[in-house]
Design a protein around this ligand. Structure first.
Ligand SMILES: *[C@@H]1O[C@H](CO)[C@@H](O)[C@H](O)[C@H]1NC(C)=O
Ligand SMILES: *[C@@H]1O[C@H](CO)[C@@H](O)[C@H](O)[C@H]1NC(C)=O
Ligand SMILES: *[C@@H]1O[C@H](CO)[C@@H](O)[C@H](O)[C@H]1NC(C)=O
Ligand SMILES: *[C@@H]1O[C@H](CO)[C@@H](O)[C@H](O)[C@H]1NC(C)=O
Ligand SMILES: *[C@@H]1O[C@H](CO)[C@@H](O)[C@H](O)[C@H]1NC(C)=O
Length: 318
């Protein structure tokens, strides 16, 4: 602690590229920076000295430092230096062979407000990270959105864990989500929540957003496949391929709706719940939309998306 700023790590890490230091937590790394994170209370006028090292390889070189490409005043020289970081003024510290010379290495100093002061990002609340899984095998996907205004904001890290155990994740190609695999025995009673934290950088600011959940709260059956009609009145469908087997053990329940005008979905005339994968319609009307969706019968988790068939006299489109 130094004037109210806590420096999460003072040690230059053994890992190159990206190291984010938090006490008592492990991390997953997929973007390559070397980062030192300061946690500061909001706008206190606080400052802290942060040690920087250009690298062992440059021990005997005359090393010059720059911040965001600009020479420092007074000039900062030497392989191991201390920089004074004030309030929100983090940045990209690069070391060079001479004031005008070749780039050698860099350290990014990011500032995270403590408590986090979230301004300007679309992911403002927990609810803006959306997580979902089609079954209980432990594989789940989380996604988020960034606003176009903050196109400079980039996801630097996603950390997922359950209690003290890490969960491995892989970032989607466009950095708008991650796919994670919980190695936990999938059918064991869950005692602890999974938490997913997304770290976003904008200039020298770091913001963290966390979503916590039990797997059972995010298991949503996939859209029901193979919906069709037989004998002009019996609709049937299948369990999703990605749903747990055997179906007798991992039962789903289905909600059926008949809508007389597809544009007035909310004015449906029926709300029926069934355990069987078929439903016989007994209506006289010749024009309607048949809709069905599924939910885990036991956990009463999230509903699947609707599957539907549009009936127009003898034409049926599913
Ligand atoms: C959060 O940031 C805004 C704009 O940067 C600032 O006006 C506000 O005072 C900050 N809130 C806190 C609690 O620091
Ligand atoms: C660059 O800096 C990092 C952190 O100080 C260090 O681990 C790494 O070895 C340096 N690179 C070289 C080539 O020395
Ligand atoms: C920091 O500066 C180095 C050297 O110019 C550059 O390669 C790196 O991409 C910069 N990092 C960021 C986050 O701007
Ligand atoms: C469970 O869902 C994952 C995707 O999250 C999928 O890869 C896997 O095949 C599914 N399991 C079964 C039995 O279909
Ligand atoms: C339909 O009924 C089910 C079970 O009774 C209920 O959970 C669901 O919220 C109802 N849906 C609507 C749209 O009323």
């Amino acid at each position: 602690m130094d004037n109210g700023i806590s420096l999460l790590s003072l040690n230059i890490p053994p890992c190159f590229h990206f190291c984010l230091y938090f006490t008592n937590s492990k991390i997953y790394v997929f973007v390559f920076y070397l980062v030192v994170v300061l946690r500061v209370p909001s706008f206190t006028g606080s400052m802290v000295h942060v040690p920087l090292t250009c690298g062992e390889a440059f021990q005997n070189e005359p090393v010059f430092w720059k911040k965001n490409g600009q020479e420092l005043n007074p000039p900062l020289q030497g392989n191991q230096v201390q920089v004074l970081v004030e309030e929100m003024k983090g940045g990209n510290y690069t070391c060079h062979l001479s004031p005008s010379g070749g780039y050698l290495n860099h350290t990014l100093i990011l500032i995270q407000l403590n408590p986090d002061n979230r301004t300007g990002f679309r992911i403002r609340k927990k609810s803006h990270i959306h997580c979902s899984a089609p079954n209980y095998t432990g594989s789940f996907h989380c996604s988020w959105k960034r606003t176009a205004l903050r196109s400079d904001a980039s996801v630097v890290l996603v950390k997922a864990e359950r209690f003290t155990e890490d969960i491995s994740c892989e970032l989607d190609g466009d950095a708008s989500g991650v796919r994670c695999q919980d190695a936990h025995c999938p059918y064991k009673e869950e005692q602890h929540r999974i938490s997913v934290t997304v770290y976003i950088r904008s200039h020298a600011r770091l913001e963290a957003y966390t979503k916590s959940f039990y797997l059972r709260e995010i298991v949503r059956p996939a859209k029901l496949p193979n919906l069709h009609i037989s004998d002009g009145k019996v609709f049937s469908w299948d369990y999703p391929d990605t749903w747990e087997k055997p179906c007798t053990f991992f039962g789903l329940q289905f909600e059926v709706k008949l809508v007389h005008n597809s544009y007035l979905l909310l004015m449906s005339s029926l709300n029926i719940t069934t355990d069987t994968t078929k439903y016989e319609v007994g209506v006289k009307t010749k024009k309607y939309v048949f809709c069905v969706r599924a939910q885990d019968k036991f956990t009463r988790g999230p509903w699947s998306h609707w599957s539907q068939c549009t009936v127009n006299k003898h034409n049926v489109a599913c």
